[in-house]
Design a protein around this ligand. Structure first.
Ligand code: SF4
Ligand code: SF4
Length: 223
């Protein structure tokens, strides 16, 4: 879906991920709601998308000139452009990977940690967080064992526990790990940022911690 109504915590334009989908979809939809009525502009992005589209009753957007110069394609472009101009947040990604690697000892990590509750909300709502842990359970007779994979978070003390203790026992090291993995190490691992700019971690943080503000503080040297 093309986003038509970004929230105050959104910054997908900064991350190059929105508000208009440009790849990785079968069908891309843009909702149009104006004086010409309520309708969707649909664009296929794959063979599977084409197949689905063939099954539907549609009309060709290119043929629809609604008034003198404005087609549905024009209207869809306007939706994307307007959404891009209404981002609630921004994040300067210029040199961000190297900036974070160079600031592992920045005192601002302590500042964030003094506010962070280690509640794990930010990792639970993040669409790219994938960390899990393993839990073993036995029955009372000890004859049956079950092993579960469960969601986990790098904000918990146990997540980095090895024999003898946690690798990241301090809260500053856990927030730093999360932010630096998202915005720096992810690029080395997967060739892309681990943050899509959805703003969910900002929305759901009970301590009002804002990844754009914290990284901005690191960049400006306020730490
Ligand atoms: S803004 Fe980035 S780090 Fe925060 S939840 Fe969205 S993708 Fe994850
Ligand atoms: S949601 Fe906020 S308080 Fe909770 S772990 Fe994340 S940064 Fe810390």
């Amino acid at each position: 879906m093309t986003c038509s109504d970004p929230g105050g915590t959104c910054f997908c334009v900064s991350m190059g991920t929105g508000p208009v989908p440009d790849k990785g979809f079968d069908l891309a939809l843009t909702e149009l709601l104006d004086h010409d009525g309520h309708r969707f502009l649909v664009a296929p992005g794959s063979d599977r998308g084409e197949e689905v589209l063939d099954e539907l009753t549609t009309r060709a957007a290119a043929d629809e000139v609604l008034n003198a110069a404005r087609t549905d394609r024009d209207a869809a472009r306007e939706v994307g452009t307007a959404a891009a101009q209404r981002m609630g947040r921004s994040l300067d990604t210029n040199g961000l990977r190297d900036l974070l690697y160079a600031n592992a000892e920045n005192p601002h990590w302590d500042d964030v940690a003094s506010r962070c509750l280690a509640c794990t909300n930010c990792t639970l709502v993040c669409p790219t967080c994938f960390c899990t842990s393993v839990e073993d359970v036995s029955d009372l007779t000890g004859t049956e064992m079950q092993r579960y994979r469960i969601w986990d978070s790098c904000f918990t003390n146990d997540f980095s526990y090895l024999h003898g203790g946690s690798v990241r026992a301090s809260l500053p090291s856990r927030y730093r790990q999360w932010a630096t993995h998202k915005l720096a190490a992810w690029v080395d691992q997967f060739g892309t940022s681990g943050c899509v700019g959805c703003g969910r971690c900002i929305t759901w943080c009970p301590a009002a911690i804002d990844i754009t503000a914290e990284v901005g503080a690191i960049r400006s040297g306020e730490g």
